[in-house]
Design a protein around this ligand. Structure first.
Ligand SMILES: Nc1ncnc2c1ncn2[C@@H]1O[C@H](COP(=O)(O)OP(=O)(O)O)[C@@H](O)[C@H]1O
Ligand SMILES: [Mg+2]
Length: 385
């Protein structure tokens, strides 16, 4: 049995794997980027995950390798796999989370629903895509983007002239991903988990709310979703997980269109912001489930603990704002709110923590989660005023 779980990356996702690892009696070991990463309590090694020798030395100390982010070079992972290391999700699956163009191609081959898209490497190709799609598109760098970085609304070739320069193009893999600008009614996410031996489980479909390309709130379950949409989302997630050979937690971000279609936006093959609600909102959290799945242990129940859960992100306001000042007062005023902070250096827009509230009444818990986040924010603003 895989008892020692090695996580590459010391961010908040690795941090939040720590409590369930302790509970299950698994040894969590983290290869972090720096000494004082978010996952400092589980950090056993600090080093550069792009170097094969570093990752190989870390792999020697664990039974299975998994991830806090998708940036480990595939060549490094393939070499590990060739040496017999268990990498979950495997490199052949992770390839599709690292590169949005490859993801689009593969999902297309599987017949899964997506926005209209094209690979673009010249101004004339971009112009042609704009002409075919109502004069507007969403242009994305296929690799390295996150939280809206690497995503742009483009209405003319000029809007993308910097990205079309040879050096920039080369740095993102030689081509850009152009997508139709979907006129969605809302964004949804389907979280699931899959073991190497095939067992598969989904959590309730959730609604995600983005502000400036960054997730700000998650509502679980997605308000008013009908049975057909719920079943379709779970079917899509299973199609992706099995079709791509994903193991561990998989998040499928989707758009819901005005006529009720679901279109896949992007994939994350690791615990994901859309699943943070599950720490309190589910019998088994996404962090525990990820550990179980990558260790090929039986999956836990994903049944909700209460009818509704709401998660609100704590986004950094400025380099002083760490959402910790005003902490005791906020905790006193909002005893039912579960406050999570990530121990990261503050920066405007950075995910510094989140708040979850679960309960019977969706509106009440949304108000309470927002009020808690707002109180933490104001405590900080006042102290620096
Ligand atoms: N094709 C699209 N049509 C409309 N909005 C989009 C499209 N693609 C992305 N977006 C918006 O941009 C956000 C970020 O894009 P995404 O591809 O998820 O990048 P990131 O990796 O930064 O999360 C999405 O959550 C959505 O709000
Ligand atoms: Mg996204």
């Amino acid at each position: 049995m895989a008892k020692r779980i090695g996580v590459i990356g010391g961010g908040q996702l690795a941090r939040m794997m720590t409590p369930p690892a302790i509970n299950l009696g698994l040894e969590l070991r983290v290869l972090a980027e720096s000494e004082n990463s978010s996952a400092v309590l589980a950090t056993t090694m600090v080093g550069d995950y792009t170097q094969f020798e570093v990752v190989a030395a870390f792999a020697e100390t664990v039974d299975v390798i998994t991830f806090d982010h998708e940036h480990v070079p595939l060549a490094v992972l393939r070499k590990l796999e060739e040496a017999g290391v268990s990498v979950q999700p495997p490199s052949r699956a992770l390839a599709f989370a690292q590169n949005k163009l490859e993801m689009r191609e593969r999902l297309g081959a599987l017949g899964l629903p997506m926005p209209i898209w094209a690979a673009i490497s010249t101004a004339s190709e971009l112009q042609e895509f704009l002409n075919d799609n109502g004069g507007v598109c969403i242009l994305k760098t296929p690799i390295g983007g996150y939280d809206g970085k690497g995503v742009r609304v483009v209405k003319s070739v000029d809007d993308a002239s910097d990205w079309l320069e040879a050096a920039t193009l080369a740095s993102v893999g030689g081509a850009l991903l152009a997508e139709e600008k979907v006129n969605f009614v809302r964004e949804l996410a389907q979280l699931s988990a899959r073991r190497p031996s095939g067992e598969f489980a989904t959590w309730p479909l959730v609604q995600t709310v983005q502000a400036n390309g960054v997730c700000s709130e998650v509502l679980a379950p997605a308000p008013g979703a009908d049975d057909q949409t719920i079943a379709r989302a779970a079917e899509i997630a299973r199609g992706v997980a099995e079709g791509l050979g994903v193991t561990g937690v998989l998040a499928v971000e989707m758009f819901e269109t005005p006529n009720g279609r679901l279109l896949i936006n992007e994939l994350a093959m690791r615990p994901h912001n859309s699943g943070h609600f599950s720490i309190e909102g589910s019998t088994t959290s996404q962090f525990e489930q990820h550990l179980r799945a990558v260790a090929d242990l039986p999956l836990g129940s994903t049944a909700p603990t209460k009818p509704h859960a709401v998660m609100v992100n704590l986004l950094g306001v400025d380099p002083q704002n760490d959402f910790v000042t005003g902490f005791d007062k906020t905790l006193a005023q909002h005893p039912s709110a579960k406050v999570h902070t990530y121990g990261k250096d503050p920066r405007a827009g950075r995910k510094m923590g989140h708040v979850t509230v679960i309960g019977e009444d969706a509106n009440e818990i949304l108000a309470e989660a927002r009020a808690t986040a707002q109180a933490l924010l104001q405590g900080e603003t006042r102290s620096h005023a």
